[in-house]
Design a protein around this ligand. Structure first.
Ligand code: ADP
Ligand code: MG
Length: 383
């Protein structure tokens, strides 16, 4: 059995990170970029804050308003099993990046299904319990998307994710009887969620939840809130290929986010120009193992208990709401091209999407027809 190659995944993520940022920020005139490393955030950030203050003073001496945006700070961190980068512009950039890295660590510690200290682990052990505000929000959003996608987005899928070995890394193909035996235990409708009292009660002892399909989008959305609250008006986060941008680039142009080509490493199926949007991609190429020449990936169709196999290689969602974008990239990947198009038509105006098929065909929705650039032939989906 060929195991999932972590190094490859990391390099893919880094490639997307660097290329996205390269495409996004390469032409910016940032004069003073402070690099903050999440794992050493405390020491380094304070050094950087001092630098930023000094820079501000220098800039102010020159009293040129536009130079305020020339100050930028960036940071990176390995969290949620992936490589993440954060970049902010403006006089509060350092503080914003420092807060963003802290928030990533906080949410990572809270939302992991495998970390024994996490809230999700606790809930899974005790078959429910009282929820923090974040987890309550996440369950509420997950439930909405579970309902709107006819159960394709299902955070209660975890028992199946586990028997495939995606939680432990001990990958194996389960037999049909094992999958069938878990049908009741992956029924999200059997989990009682009380929004007001923020409580969760599982329907069976084998039930477990996993926020892997929503956590990164929620995190990028939270970071945008942090940026806004600190007065940052221009920034970008890249959480392992899940990108969200705030405002425009400092030069007033739109951010250019590259969509990775899952088939050819280090190349792109296209670039989408956005502002104030999340661009979140799901694909079977991200995490998988191979057995007897067959590739099994980590996005499970709850109706079969098997990795979704609908002819799509990747789905990118472009949407102002990062949390929704993450849920939908996972769900529409499972639905396949026709299901995804049908869903989009029923939710017009809520999001745009880029579908890349196994036949290497590209479909995009009309809302991004003027902002998506690609060398490949594109079919535009309209109402
Ligand atoms: P990634 O996190 O790799 O960017 P996704 O956002 O598509 O990819 O989420 C995939 C993760 O979501 C899986 O690793 C698993 O934890 C979880 N998952 C798998 N199948 C489903 C499903 N049908 N509904 C909700 N979450 C799922
Ligand atoms: Mg997702």
């Amino acid at each position: 059995m060929k195991k999932m190659n972590h190094r490859k995944i990391l390099s893919l993520c880094m490639c997307v990170v660097y290329c996205s940022l390269l495409v996004s920020c390469g032409s910016s005139s940032a004069k003073n970029t402070n690099q903050i490393n999440g794992n050493e955030s405390v020491t380094k950030v304070f050094e950087n804050e001092k630098n930023a203050d000094e820079t501000d003073t220098n800039e102010n001496n020159n009293s040129q308003e536009e130079k305020k945006d020339d100050v930028s700070a960036s940071g990176d961190i390995f969290a949620m099993d992936t490589y993440m980068t954060v970049l902010a512009y403006g006089s509060h950039a350092d503080e914003a990046v420092k807060e963003a890295l802290k928030e990533i660590e906080r949410l990572d510690g809270m939302l992991s299904a495998t970390d024994k200290d996490s809230e999700i682990y606790e809930l899974n052990i005790h078959h429910g319990g009282h929820l923090s505000d974040d987890v309550s929000d996440l369950i509420e959003r997950s439930k909405e998307v579970y309902e709107s996608t006819g159960g394709k987005f299902n955070i209660a899928i975890y028992p199946i994710v586990e028997i495939w070995g995606f939680a432990s890394g001990n990958y194996r193909v389960p037999n049909q009887d094992e999958i069938d035996a878990l049908q009741e235990d992956i029924d999200f409708s059997k989990i009682e969620f009380e929004k007001n009292s923020k409580s969760l009660v599982y329907g069976s002892e084998k039930m477990k939840i996993d926020l892997g399909g929503i956590a990164k989008g929620y995190t990028s959305a939270r970071i945008m809130d942090i940026f806004r609250n600190l007065g940052v008006t221009s920034g970008i986060v890249n959480l392992g290929g899940n990108v969200q941008v705030l405002g425009m680039k400092p030069d007033g142009s739109e951010w250019k986010v590259a969509i990775q080509n899952p088939v050819e490493e280090e190349s792109y199926i296209g670039v989408v120009k956005v502002h104030d949007k999340a661009v979140i991609t799901s694909g079977g190429y991200e995490r998988y193992f191979e057995e007897n020449g067959v590739r099994y990936h980590h996005i499970i169709d709850p109706d079969t208990g098997f990795p979704a196999n609908t002819g799509l290689i990747s789905v990118s969602i472009i949407c102002a709401d990062g949390t929704l974008a993450d849920c939908l990239s996972t769900s529409l990947f499972i639905m396949g091209k026709d299901g995804a198009i049908e869903y989009w038509k029923m939710h017009q105006g809520e999001f745009d999407m880029i579908l890349y098929t196994e036949d290497e065909e590209l479909f995009i929705t009309e809302g991004i027809a003027d902002s998506f650039i690609s060398e490949s032939k594109i079919t535009v989906i309209s109402e």
